[in-house]
Design a protein around this ligand. Structure first.
Ligand code: SF4
Length: 377
């Protein structure tokens, strides 16, 4: 593809028409999602519940729709309003979130719910700036709540929308530098009357038709407006800056099991990675380390036996945890507790810690996490 073609300057003949065509397609083909209000109800004057919009958008960050569905159902049935969530014990929220990853989101969930109750009387604000002042709400989530829940004319740009926009407009600037250009383009085709539906229509197009590989351009409602489709190979978009290799960190996890099968757990510090989540005792691993940690990092003397190595990829680094196991018959050390076979699946165990326990105790009584195979990270 030549740069002349990549830098194509011809706007679609009718940029507003692109948005309208997308909406007409969305009216017929929108995905049915538990947190979504269908366009017919919006047209009839109903408005989505900002609480459900906010909760779903927080859950969907870095996570697939399929993975989020059961968590969303659990949260909204246990805590049907932002007031109910604000009043819930933090540990219960962390337990209900366990397995969904990116745990700072769960910690901010309660802080945000409390702030909405204290500062805004239990009603999410509609203003982009006020939304951004709430814990855990950044540019994207503020835009999504403002547009979807309140129908404000704000461009909502997630990964799907970035792909659609860079293809429609053949934006050859690599991401993330292309973000302002993408936002400006999306804003330029946004139909003023239906910003919320338009945001969801663009997301749906990216998720179902304008996919990263082999987009179904023949079925696309805006293929007549799409410079990438008309000009060349859409799969080349979006351009991305090369990723730096993730640093590697090393650590050890010590899985102690009592005679009755109970497993020794403790709670991680409130702040920092996986804050407030449960784990078997581990060595430090949130800082860069040299060399494989060994038995000298064990929490107490026992007949520790190597049980393999588990890996996990976090946003900013890759972790390699050497796992040790031991049969132990003693009281739980201070700050730890014995979690019985009946309790272990309701503990707030992040995926990496479940991996460590399963490496140490094959067939441990952990319920399968529904999203384990589906999470993106
Ligand atoms: Fe995406 Fe193809 Fe539609 Fe262009 S025509 S927006 S590349 S699906």
């Amino acid at each position: 593809m030549s740069m002349a073609k990549l830098n194509h300057k011809d706007a679609p003949a009718d940029p507003r028409g692109t948005g309208e065509r997308l909406l007409a397609w969305y009216d017929r083909h929108h995905r049915s999602l538990p947190w979504r209000m269908p366009p017919a109800r919006i047209a009839a004057g109903d408005r989505p519940d900002p609480y459900r919009v906010w909760l779903s958008e927080i859950m969907l960050q870095q996570t697939t729709v399929q993975a989020v569905k059961p968590y969303f159902e659990t949260f909204t049935s246990r805590w049907p309003s932002v007031r109910a969530l604000a009043g819930a014990p933090g540990d219960d929220i962390m337990k209900a979130w366990a397995g969904l990853g990116y745990y700072s989101r769960a910690r901010n969930l309660k802080k945000c719910a409390e702030a909405v109750v204290e500062r805004f009387g239990g009603e999410f604000p509609s203003d982009f700036g006020l939304l951004k002042s709430l814990p855990g709400i950044g540019d994207y989530t503020a835009a999504a709540i403002s547009a979807i829940a309140y129908n404000r004319p704000v461009a909502v740009v997630d990964g799907n929308v970035e792909r659609v926009a860079t293809r429609l407009r053949t934006i050859a600037t690599p991401l993330p530098a292309a973000k302002p250009q993408i936002r400006a383009f999306v804003q330029s085709i946004l139909p003023a009357a239906r910003p919320g539906d338009f945001a969801q229509a663009t997301m749906d197009l990216g998720a179902t038709i304008c996919t990263p590989k082999r987009p179904a351009c023949a079925l696309c409602p805006v293929n007549g407006d799409c410079l990438a489709f008309l000009g060349d190979d859409p799969e080349r978009f979006p351009f991305k800056a090369p990723k730096a290799e993730k640093p590697k960190r090393l650590g050890a996890a010590f899985v102690a099991q009592r005679r009755d099968g109970a497993i020794l757990l403790r709670k991680r510090p409130e702040t920092g990675l996986l804050g407030s989540m449960s784990e078997p005792p581990t060595s430090g691993w949130t800082a860069r380390q040299d060399g494989e940690p060994g038995l000298d990092a064990a929490p107490f003397p026992a007949d520790w036996q190597p049980a393999g190595v588990v890996g996990h990829v976090f946003t900013h680094f890759e972790l390699r945890l050497s796992v040790y196991r031991a049969r132990v018959d003693r009281a739980a050390p201070e700050g730890c507790w014995w979690s019985t076979a009946a309790d272990i699946h309701s503990e707030a165990l992040p995926t990496v810690m479940k991996k460590a326990i399963e490496a140490a105790i094959p067939g441990a009584t952990l319920k399968p996490t529904p999203n384990r195979q589906q999470r993106r990270n």
